[in-house]
Design a protein around this ligand. Structure first.
Ligand SMILES: Cc1cc2nc3c(=O)[nH]c(=O)nc-3n(C[C@H](O)[C@H](O)[C@H](O)COP(=O)(O)OP(=O)(O)OC[C@H]3O[C@@H](n4cnc5c(N)ncnc54)[C@H](O)[C@@H]3O)c2cc1C
Length: 233
């Protein structure tokens, strides 16, 4: 059977972070018909195609936060992101996760090097400011050097006989990791509302916007519902 490395993006993926990260759609369970069928289970009826009445019902469910029918659609994504984004992502407890382990492998270590740096916002400790005049070339070179020095130290530790599980402690937050995440549509919409938001960090917003692109063909009427409400999809 053909094997592929998990660090290779799947066919259906969207690149983010200036081509340094990606998110791919690995698997989908259910369609929009599944949502309306789940809502109508109490009547004992099943339909296979979406008609106008179904779209109306879908809007009714979304308007009234009748959310449990949305839980019958499930998505599995493969995500390649910096460690600091993985930390934010894993706060979402309603996802199921599996990740490549640095206890098993020391190969394919890569680092995120931002293409440009943002400045610290003055009035909000959690926020940043995009300043096109920010002279960041020297600072970005320092980040790149630090990434490479960390990897060199990691390799030195391994060569000196240190176990992988301890040596990895010197690898920085910019290290890229790859994980699978599975989530139902209801909890994914919650994730997207928090992470495709101006309050969220630019890097995780990139992933949230990419997820919207990937799932739009599966849930076109749900996407259109949010677009009609002025929320970009
Ligand atoms: C802009 C932004 C800034 C943030 N800043 C910080 C920060 O400074 N420090 C920090 O620690 N975190 C921070 N977070 C993380 C945040 O506090 C949440 O942990 C994260 O957004 C996950 O949200 P959630 O719990 O709603 O999602 P999920 O874990 O996916 O849960 C979805 C929903 O399920 C329900 N749920 C899940 N688990 C439980 C439970 N155990 N008990 C009851 N209900 C549950 C809740 O209704 C929850 O909203 C930030 C998040 C954002 C978006």
């Amino acid at each position: 059977m053909a094997q592929q490395h998990i660090n290779v993006p799947p066919e259906n993926h969207v690149s983010v972070l200036d081509g340094q990260g990606w998110v791919g759609l690995i698997d989908t369970l259910g369609t929009e018909s599944t949502i309306v069928n789940a809502a109508r289970v109490s009547f004992g009826k099943i339909k296979t195609d979406m008609d106008e009445r179904d779209v109306k019902l879908l809007h009714y469910l979304l308007d009234n936060r009748h959310s449990s029918p949305l839980e019958h659609i499930v998505f599995t994504f493969s995500i390649h992101c910096p460690l600091f984004i993985r930390g934010q992502w894993h706060r979402h407890r309603t996802w199921s996760y599996n990740e490549i382990s640095r206890r098993y492998t020391e190969i394919d270590i890569e680092f995120y090097t931002p293409k440009h740096l943002r400045m610290q916002a003055e009035n909000n400790r959690q926020a940043s400011v995009d300043n096109p005049d920010f002279q960041d070339a020297e600072l970005r070179a320092m980040i790149d050097k630090q990434n490479k020095d960390s990897l060199a130290l990691y390799e030195k530790l391994l060569a000196g006989g240190v176990c992988r599980e301890q040596a990895r402690g010197v690898l920085p937050q910019n290290m890229m990791v790859t994980f699978w995440g599975t989530v139902d549509l209801n909890n994914l919409l919650h994730f997207l509302s928090l992470r495709d938001s101006e309050h969220a960090q630019w890097e995780i917003r990139e992933y949230a916007a990419a997820i919207k692109k990937l799932i739009k063909p599966v849930i076109p009427n749900v996407a259109a519902y949010f677009e009609a409400k002025g929320q970009p999809w």
